[in-house]
Design a binder for this molecule. Structure first.
Ligand SMILES: Cc1cc2nc3c(=O)[nH]c(=O)nc-3n(C[C@H](O)[C@H](O)[C@H](O)COP(=O)(O)OP(=O)(O)OC[C@H]3O[C@@H](n4cnc5c(N)ncnc54)[C@H](O)[C@@H]3O)c2cc1C
Length: 655
């Protein structure tokens, strides 16, 4: 039987959406939708009973559609006094609606006022239509929706999570044959928790066969409405069906972590752990937060566009969007962030770059709220002064004062945070299930089952890592006093950058000097900064003559980078165990590596600390708690601190 498609839903299909397919490919059913969601997916998975009194419960759905199943699940969770502490709902959607269309379709479909409120919140939080993983939080973070805007066939294998219930939706055999493929069921088996259940209103023979092959038991039960029968069942493999177990929940009673370093990396981790109810001890060498690289008066943030949508572009996109959500949540909670909100202009280095990036924007059909190409005239209009060339405009990009973000993150942690500032961490020692952190005099500073090393250049040394090569890159910023250059309306970046700060000062930067340890301001650095900005903004050339460069204010700080310019984020590998087992691990994959219990790294954020820190922190918190990861596994592997060890193992160069 074919599922009826509601004409009203179809009428809102976005013709211009990058994900917009032929109508025939779409499977969005909204007939008695909430009742159906309740009967098929909630009751079919024995919910709410199975999530009761648990810390987390994870639902994995194969097709989000307009989110009816999510809304029904959220509403049931809300109504249940014995609900789990944290509900994760992970869903893939190849053809997402725009926020406006989603709002309109939900308004037509839903009449229950309680669910309308949730539908409004969903439409308000709905992400930009760009591919990748989007994490949205509701109910103060207790209901977490991870949406993957991608084909389920491709995205499910990239998930790292432990699913407690599967909603096998989006199954209309004639319209979605690829969702029937055995590959999909293999992906589900890879992430199924013990006794994970599933429900689907398909009862086709192919589905039954694939379920059985992949370790699921099924039974036929009464269907709903026009569907006479449906399948429910559980994961009960009779033989080993997967190479790696899905992530395990945190096993200790004491949720206490030590975070070493209170810059952008460490403060973001503190906020993400405290949001999950963790007690956190922050160890920092300086007397206050954000004193080293994170102490710059401002930094810029924006996504990265590339013609091949490189790994760096994908991680940066995920990080940028996640950071925007987190910052907005901090502001809604009353924390003040010093930041600009007029967008950011990126100016092409030359015509070739301009056309390459314009091609990429067109190819990936990025929406205009993400990025728009602009001519030199449009760019000048936005910047409020003439520009040498056009480029592209990021309406949600901008600048932020990192220290204000760090302060807000620590304030959000509230009473769960213990600050131990002015201490110099030297080393760590594991005893039983606890880590002890020692200072340079050998005094034990703190003890906890989990340690996150976020000490930039010092992180690898503190964690005792040999395969985590980082280097230092000096950067000098120049502060042009009010009146020395015409005021810019928004940050302009390209070869260099110019940022109009709130106090009328314009920040320009930054030099990039490998292994240069000089902490003093240099006149040639100021000249370099101004000259590079003047190539984009010719009016800035006057700043070279306005005052002696030796009198200019500025700041010197040091970026911590790896050779591949990607950050180091996640659980650390056990290098000793890997080296003892080097022969066997020669062809290893990241999940094969031995890891150190309770030890994580968040460092080497290079020039992108602002876009990477929040997502990195969420990834680490998710890894610690055994929750779904907030980005695709292949991307997490590209920022895995164990990647250099893995390379050495593969090349047989481990000593
Ligand atoms: C000139 C310049 C311009 C930049 N511009 C931008 C920009 O526009 N946008 C952007 O996103 N990024 C920018 N960056 C990069 C950004 O500043 C960094 O990526 C980010 O600040 C790194 O944060 P972090 O917490 O890893 O390191 P840090 O801010 O360096 O923090 C590390 C902390 O660990 C502490 N610590 C280290 N060792 C120990 C120890 N043994 N015991 C106790 N505490 C310890 C340190 O005291 C420090 O507070 C720029 C960087 C520079 C240098």
């Amino acid at each position: 039987m074919t599922d009826p498609l509601i004409p009203a839903v179809l009428a809102f299909r976005p013709n211009g959406s990058p994900f917009s397919p032929l109508y025939d490919d779409i499977y969005h059913s909204a007939v008695g939708a909430l009742e159906q969601a309740h009967h098929v997916f909630l009751r079919g998975n024995e919910l709410p009973e199975r999530w009761q009194r648990r810390r987390t419960f994870t639902v994995l759905e194969t097709g989000f559609g307009i989110g009816i199943n999510f809304l029904a699940t959220w509403a049931a969770w809300r109504a249940d006094p014995a609900r789990c502490e944290r509900l994760h709902f992970v869903s893939a959607e190849k053809h997402p609606f725009s926020a406006a269309d989603l709002r309109r379709v939900l308004a037509i479909t839903i009449s229950d006022p309680l669910i309308t409120e949730l539908a409004d919140a969903l439409a308000t939080a709905w992400p930009m239509l760009v591919p990748g993983t989007h994490r949205l939080e509701f109910e103060g973070g207790r209901v977490v929706l991870t949406l993957i805007f991608a084909d389920a066939v491709e995205s499910l294998p990239a998930l790292r999570l432990r699913a407690d219930a599967f909603y096998l939706d989006g199954f209309a055999p004639a319209k979605n044959p690829e969702l029937w493929s055995p590959a999909i069921f293999k992906s589900l088996a890879r992430v199924a928790g013990d006794d994970a259940t599933f429900a689907t209103y398909s009862s086709a023979g192919d589905v039954k066969r694939a379920l059985t092959q992949c370790g699921f038991e099924y039974r036929k039960v009464d269907g709903f409405g026009w569907k006479r029968a449906m399948l429910v069942g559980r994961f009960a493999p009779r033989w080993r069906v997967r190479r790696h177990e899905p992530p395990a929940p945190f096993a200790h009673d004491a949720r206490h972590a030590v975070v070493i370093g209170a810059g952008l990396a460490g403060c973001a981790v503190i906020e993400r752990l405290a949001a999950r109810g963790w007690r956190v001890t922050s160890l920092e060498r300086h007397a206050s937060v954000a004193q080293d690289a994170s102490g710059n008066p401002a930094g810029v943030f924006h996504p990265m566009i590339s013609r091949d949508d490189s790994v760096a572009s994908r991680v940066t996109r995920a990080g940028f969007l996640y950071a925007l959500n987190r910052w907005a949540a901090l502001e809604r909670a009353g924390h003040r962030l010093t930041r600009g909100d007029r967008g950011l202009l990126q100016i092409a280095a030359d015509d070739d770059e301009a056309s390459a990036i314009s091609d990429a924007i067109a190819t990936f059909r990025y929406p205009s709220d993400y990025v728009t190409p602009v001519s030199a005239a449009d760019a000048a209009q936005l910047a409020g002064m003439p520009l040498a060339r056009g480029g592209w405009f990021f309406p949600r990009g901008g600048w932020i004062e990192p220290a204000s973000l760090c302060a807000a993150q620590l304030a959000a942690a509230g009473g769960l945070l213990e600050r131990r500032f002015g201490v110099d961490v030297a080393r760590l020692e594991r005893c039983g299930d606890q880590w002890t952190v020692f200072d340079t005099a050998g005094t034990a500073l703190a003890r906890a089952p989990v340690v996150i090393v976020a000490g930039a250049h010092e992180a690898a040394r503190i964690a005792g890592l040999r395969y985590a090569p980082t280097r230092s890159i000096r950067g000098q910023l120049s502060l042009l006093p009010e009146g020395s250059v015409a005021p810019l309306a928004l940050p302009v970046i390209g070869e260099g950058y110019a940022v109009p700060l709130a106090n009328g000062v314009t920040l320009t930067g930054a030099t990039y000097e490998l292994d240069d340890t000089d902490t003093t301001l240099r006149a040639d650095g100021h000249r370099e900064n101004i000259e590079r900005v003047a190539q984009m903004l010719p009016a800035f050339a006057s700043a070279l003559d306005a005052a002696p460069l030796t009198a200019l204010a500025g700041r010197v700080a040091f970026r911590c980078v790896t050779s591949d310019r990607m950050p180091m984020i996640g659980q650390l590998a056990d290098e000793g165990a890997a080296s003892r087992d080097a022969a066997r691990l020669r062809g290893a994959w990241p999940l094969d590596l031995p890891r150190v219990d309770g030890l994580y790294g968040a460092f080497a954020y290079g020039s992108r600390g602002l876009v990477w820190a929040a997502l990195g922190a969420e990834l680490i918190a998710s890894q610690i708690e055994g929750e779904p990861w907030p980005l695709e596994r292949d991307l997490a592997e590209d920022i895995d601190p164990a990647r250099f060890l893995l390379r050495a193992l593969r090349q047989g160069t481990l000593s």
